[in-house]
Design a protein around this ligand. Structure first.
Ligand SMILES: Nc1ncnc2c1ncn2[C@@H]1O[C@H](COP(=O)(O)OP(=O)(O)OP(=O)(O)O)[C@@H](O)[C@H]1O
Ligand SMILES: [Mg+2]
Length: 213
């Protein structure tokens, strides 16, 4: 930024194992979101590589990255990022529209995803008519509707009370165990981190601890 150089990530060398539930913890500004976004191809690193299935996604064009993300990666954000003018069902169908899935199939897939998160009775509700936990469940349904192998979560329980946070966590765990989805979860919540197979601690852009259960 201007004359000051921010090293958001510094000499990070990290291997994420397929099918694992990995937590990424560290203080504010330590580089957690940057690492998650580089991993998911939302941010290009100035140096270095991010490989998924041994393909370096940092070489991809913006268009190819878009396609790659659409077919392989789901994102869950702290602030849900739902479209307020669309119903729950329409929000979940959105990635399928971009993926050019046919209309009938789109509806079936989105209904199925909403069922998985326990919201099939709230399909026609708009985000403003849902509680915070329900909105986050809609965003989880949207993240998994296209059966991605990888789901990246940035503080998925950050805006929820602890009870609702636990529900979201058990949903994530279930998807990891039953569908072998690989999760990387940025979190400040110690309960979330302790529930993961591996906890990576980051400080000033460097990995300072990497523990496995
Ligand atoms: N687009 C950007 N341009 C320049 N610097 C940035 C940019 N995004 C983040 N940073 C800086 O990079 C560092 C890491 O930021 P990052 O958002 O990854 O932190 P974080 O660990 O996710 O923090 P938090 O817990 O507050 O969300 C910070 O010092 C931040 O100011
Ligand atoms: Mg962050």
């Amino acid at each position: 930024m201007g004359k000051s150089i921010v090293k958001a990530l510094d000499e990070v060398d990290l291997n994420i194992i397929k099918g694992e539930l990995t937590a990424l913890i560290g203080p504010s500004g330590s580089g957690k979101s940057t690492l998650l976004n580089v991993t998911g191809g939302l941010v290009k690193p100035t140096k270095g590589k991010a490989k998924i299935r041994n393909k370096d996604i940092t070489n991809y064009s913006e268009n190819d990255l878009c396609l790659f993300r659409r077919n392989n990666i789901g994102f869950i954000f702290q602030s849900f990022n739902l479209n307020p003018t669309l119903s729950a069902l329409e929000n979940v169908m959105m990635p399928l529209i971009y993926a050019r899935v046919k209309q009938d199939k789109r509806k079936d897939m989105a209904t199925h995803a909403l069922k998985l998160v326990g919201l099939d009775d709230r399909k026609s509700h708009k985000p403003g008519e849902l509680s915070g936990g329900q909105q986050q469940r809609v965003s989880i349904a949207r993240a998994i509707v296209n059966n991605p192998e990888i789901v990246l979560c940035d503080e998925p329980t950050g805006n929820l009370d602890s009870e609702t946070g636990k529900e979201i966590l058990s949903l994530i765990t279930k998807m990891n165990k039953e569908n072998k989805v690989t999760f990387i979860i940025v979190t400040h919540d110690i309960n979330v981190a302790n529930n993961c197979d591996r906890i990576i601690s980051i400080h000033d852009g460097k990995i300072i601890k990497d523990e496995r259960k």
